[in-house]
Write a protein that binds this ligand. Structure first.
Ligand SMILES: [Zn+2]
Length: 347
């Protein structure tokens, strides 16, 4: 059902059903819940914004919901495994005020030992009201060494009726001794077409903008939603793609102008790099798999350019964007990072 502002009503999907692109993981969790075989510890890995935290919170609710509902598309499940979102335990978990739901995240660059000590003390007591007590440790790769070792002790002797859920980008980011004690669930990037359909149908975003956001979000719904309200995104994309086309056709003389223009706005710099990555990727695949082009409105221009593109050169250019992105994450000087990248484009 559509609301007055054109957005689809949120009532159409609840609990797990509102999470897109992670049905396999959700069904595995539902199966564990139905069989009453929930692991003591689970590790959810995947890029930021693909649904790890939302799934962990919904799982916590599913374990404690007073009025669970059937899971959409979960015909294989006989039980009511989908949290209602409105009963008392569901609402308390949603507001992080449930006494048996512990949510830990890094207050700064790391998760500190004090946070894990406080958790230890809380877990030493019996659960207050929950049938299953849940601990979610978000960004567990940011546990400092001391906190990681303290957590390991909890995992080695798991308290009764308690489930630990850790989230991290990759298992390799955690102590192997922690990983080996967890059941691992991989959350994949959400396919572009699913993301685009979600943005149009559920968020009411116009088709062209939905296509652009889906092409830039890297399979992350969190990133897509952070771009939703950005009114300059279409204009920025048009400008960056035009610059790329100029640089590609006629590199000499334009590189300095381009570096200055792209590095000048620190707020949009990351987005500009995403636009470049998406465009270079399209150029690389245009010739052989044109149906997979993300930037569909530039399809004809990409196809024409791909005729003169050297595949090795494109790999180098894509790599240059990745390198600039990595350099910026480690607080490199934006102007220098962009100049190094553009030099590879014009070389
Ligand atoms: Zn509920």
């Amino acid at each position: 059902m559509s609301t007055a502002n054109g957005n689809r009503s949120d009532n159409c999907a609840k609990g797990f059903d509102a999470i897109i692109g992670q049905q396999r993981q959700i069904h595995m969790l539902a199966a564990a819940l139905q069989k009453n075989e929930v692991p003591h510890a689970m590790l959810f890995t995947g890029e930021a914004g693909v649904g790890k935290k939302t799934t962990a919170i919904n799982f916590s609710k599913a374990c404690n919901c007073e009025r669970p509902m059937p899971l959409a598309g979960g015909a294989a499940f006989s039980g009511r495994l989908n949290p209602c979102g409105t009963c008392r335990p569901c609402r308390k978990i949603d507001s992080f005020s449930h006494p048996d739901f512990h949510y830990i995240k890094p207050p700064g660059a790391t998760i500190r030992i004090e946070q894990i000590r406080a958790l230890c003390s809380a877990l030493a007591l019996r659960p207050n009201e929950a049938s299953l007590r849940i601990v979610v440790i978000s960004d567990a790769h940011l546990l400092n060494a001391e906190a990681g070792n303290a957590l390991l002790k909890i995992l080695e002797e798991p308290p009764d009726k308690t489930v630990m859920i850790l989230t991290a980008p990759e298992a390799a980011d955690l102590l192997p001794t922690i990983v080996s004690r967890c059941r691992h669930f991989r959350f994949n990037p959400i396919p572009e077409d699913r993301l685009e359909a979600y943005l149009i149908e559920t968020r009411g975003i116009p088709g062209e903008k939905a296509m652009v956001i889906a092409s830039l979000a890297g399979g992350s719904i969190g990133r897509a939603l952070s771009m939703e309200g950005d009114t300059s995104i279409m204009d920025l994309r048009r400008r960056v793609i035009e610059w790329m086309e100029i640089l590609f056709k006629n590199p000499s003389g334009n590189d300095l102008y381009f570096s200055e223009a792209i590095a000048a706005d620190k707020i949009t710099l990351g987005l500009s790099l995403d636009i470049m990555k998406s465009w270079v990727r399209d150029l690389a695949i245009a010739k052989h798999t044109p149906e997979k082009i993300y930037n569909r409105d530039y399809r004809e221009r990409l196809l024409a350019l791909s005729e003169q593109a050297d595949p090795d050169g494109l790999i180098e250019k894509a790599d240059a964007v990745w390198q600039a992105e990595r350099a910026l994450k480690t607080n490199a000087n934006p102007r220098l990072a962009v100049e190094a990248m553009v030099m590879k484009f014009s070389g």
